[in-house]
Every structure is written in C-alpha cells, then in structure tokens.
Design a protein around this ligand. Structure first.
Ligand SMILES: C[S@@+](CC[C@H](N)C(=O)[O-])C[C@H]1O[C@@H](n2cnc3c(N)ncnc32)[C@H](O)[C@@H]1O
Length: 231
C-alpha cells in the first residue's frame, strides 16, 4: 500500500497513537497507547511466559510492527531483566513512512534509557536480524501474517495486534488462529487486546485455553490464550 494516510492522535495517557481514516481505525487504545503495549503485550504476554515457565530464552512473534510501541515496551522490560534473552520477530506489510514516525511523541513519554531505542528499532533493516540490546534481537519482516512461514512450535509468545475484527475480519477467522496455534510451542501464550465473544469462540475451537484479563483503564477485558496439548 503506497501513501498510507494516517493521522496522529493523542491517547489518554499522553502517548500518541495513529488513526487510519480509510478504515476508521486506530493503531492502539485511545485510552492509553503506551499503557496498552506495556500491559497487554509486555506484561500479560512476555512477562507472564517468563514467570510461568521460568524461561531464560524467549522467541516472540508480533503481528503488526506499526509504530514499534510494543517493541519499546519489551525493551523497557528487558532492561530490567538482563538474564532473559529474547528474539523478537515482527511482521508489518505496511511500514509507516519516516515523516510519520518522526512526529510520534514516544521519546518524550518513555524513560530516557528506553527512548534512546526509538530510532534504533526504526532503523533496523527489514528481513535482517539485528541486536538491539545485549539480550534482545529484533527481526522485522515486511511479510504479512498470511505470507509468513515458520516451523511448527517456533514461538513462546505471540502478540496478536491486528486491526479490530470489524475492520480486518479475515485475520480473526479460524485459519489464522490455526497458524498461531501451530507456530506456538506447547504452553505458548498469545495475547491480544480483543475480547469479542466471537473471537474467543474461534480461539477455543482452534484449541486455545482462554483467560480474560482486566484491560483497565484501556479496555474492560483483554485476552490471553494458551496452547495446551495434554500428553
Ligand atoms: C492495531 S495496529 C498495531 C500496531 C503496532 N503493534 C504498534 O505498536 O504500533 C495493526 C498493525 O498491523 C499491521 N497489519 C495490517 N495487516 C496485516 C497483516 N495482514 N499481517 C501483519 N500485519 C498487518 C498494520 O499495518 C498495523 O501496523
């Protein structure tokens, strides 16, 4: 998609999000973009997997690199956890242009030691693994979720950050959760801000065990799905 039109919007916690007028949709919660990244993805996803399974090495897959805010929330977490090694794969078929990224206020909103990584993560070449921290490697790919291909049981954690089901219904259909289920290791965790009943039903049909977690103040509920295969 060339010349993607996006507008910069201030969310309630003071951090920016983006609005896509063509689909009438935001990139993050309007009630707190940075807060949502920290809570739904860094805490409910990555931090939970680390503590639940005592992981030292974690493979993360993200659907939708976008502004890179979820990566920055992970940088913030990993600066406090130098013993944990993460390889973070992020898919983004519609990269944002530099003139939009330069207007985002994340370097003012994040602690200074995290803000320093805003430019670093955006300058990473596509399709080329790059060390960001001593304990974080980032692999950005311009492939879509549909185009991506990974071996079964590659990931410990998936950040499922697609546009809402009303705006991008295909990504919330069974075949795409079946891919997530296949790519996760047994016990692997998928988190998403979405808690719609129809989506939860689809995830359950695919085999996920579902937890609904508090999303306040960003959303009433968010979802953590675990791949559970009894042996
Ligand atoms: C709700 S936004 C999430 C943004 C991002 N995680 C962030 O922190 O800014 C959805 C993102 O998914 C991307 N996207 C759209 N279709 C996709 C697809 N088929 N596969 C992967 N990513 C896609 C969009 O371009 C957008 O960046």
């Amino acid at each position: 998609m060339k010349h993607l039109e996006v507008q910069i919007v201030l969310s309630a916690d003071g951090s920016h999000t983006l609005y896509r007028p063509d689909i009438d949709e935001f990139y993050h919660s309007r009630y707190g973009a940075l807060g949502e990244s920290r809570q739904v993805y860094a805490q409910y996803g990555l931090a939970e997997a680390i503590s639940r399974y005592q992981l030292q090495q974690v493979q993360v897959l993200e659907l939708g690199f976008g502004t890179g805010l979820n990566v920055l929330a992970v940088v913030e977490l990993l600066q406090q956890r130098p013993e944990i090694q993460v390889v973070y794969h992020s898919l983004e078929p519609f990269p944002l242009p530099p003139e939009v990224l330069q207007q985002l206020n994340y370097t003012e909103q994040l602690p200074v030691q995290v803000a320093a990584y805003f430019d670093v993560i955006h300058q990473v070449a596509w399709e080329t693994p790059q060390p960001i921290l001593p304990n974080l490697q980032l692999v950005k790919s311009e492939k879509s979720w549909q185009q991506a291909s990974f071996a079964a049981e590659s990931f410990d954690v998936i950040f499922y950050d697609a546009f809402a089901p009303e705006k991008q219904p295909e990504l919330w259909e069974p075949p795409h959760f079946e891919r997530a289920f296949c790519w996760l290791k047994n016990g692997g965790i998928l988190t998403t801000y979405c808690s719609k009943s129809a989506v939860i039903r689809t995830m359950k049909t695919v085999g996920f065990h579902i937890e609904k977690l508090s999303g306040r103040p960003f959303k009433r509920e968010v979802t953590r799905a675990t791949k559970m295969i009894e042996s």
